[in-house]
Design a protein around this ligand. Sequence first.
Ligand SMILES: [Zn+2]
Length: 322
Amino acid sequence: MAPISRRSFATGFPLGILGGGALPFTASTPSVAQAPSAVGVTPLAQIRVGRFTVTALTDGYADMPYTFFPGRTPTEVEQAATAQFVARSSGVRFVFNQYLIDDGERKILLDTGPAGSIGQTGALPQAFAALGLRRDQIDAVIVTHMHQDHMGGLIAGGQNNFPNADVYIDRRDVSHWTDPAKQNGAPDYLQTSFKMATDVVRLCPRLQAIDGPREIARGISIVDLTGHTPGHIGVRIEDAGRSLIMVSDMIFPVVHPSATDVNFLFEQDRAAAKAMRDRFFPLAAAEGALIAATHMPFPGLGRIVTDRGKMRWDVADWALQS
Ligand SMILES: [Zn+2]
């Protein structure tokens, strides 16, 4: 194995956040020029958690209309966005962060982005190129749930883009998203996810449906965060007294964690999603857990803190973590 941390990073990538302008190549580099220019830059951010190196990558972004947040009126969501200085006429901007975990032996990718199926996305291959990494070098892919924005990159182009990877997905999601009866009863905006889920099962022979919390490699554990989808999971890594929990869609920008009674349109069981947020947010705040969240502003690292009786998101200093 040629660990990215020893090759690319030893040759000029400092720890921290890199924008495209800081990368040691220009647009004339073929792999960059040919990649979808979804975001114009290839942001990368890297931290160490004990013996783990975690790199945040992003596939791009999409703006979610203010009407997509059941539990609040569009006006209320827009007002909240305005108060946080992030209001856009097109809605709440969601980024699509992926996390690459390197334990020194294996490279494990958490989620694969929408790959062009939503918004301005499809930049994950560009991020891999910036790291000097090929997708066939990934040993495992964990899909936190079977929404299109988390599994699109796995099977974009109708092929398995991570041919050497074990693919881990919670069994409840595999069952739900490949069930024709569930698909028939689902709204239009979920149909792409149902179709992609079928493709994942068909194209990924190394799919391992997982049942509940377990360690999939030393120090890398699946966390049950059911609610957003039936088999929504997170991943906790822990070493040498340090930990990081990647929580996928537990937290959305603008509306969380200050409230738990606001959902996202794609959540079919809103009560279950709320129940998990009611449990998770106070626990995470009490623990002071370092969190990485898929849709929070890149690189999605922060903590849930209690501030005068209210929960709020506290952005963590990614660049100086060590
Ligand atoms: Zn998502």
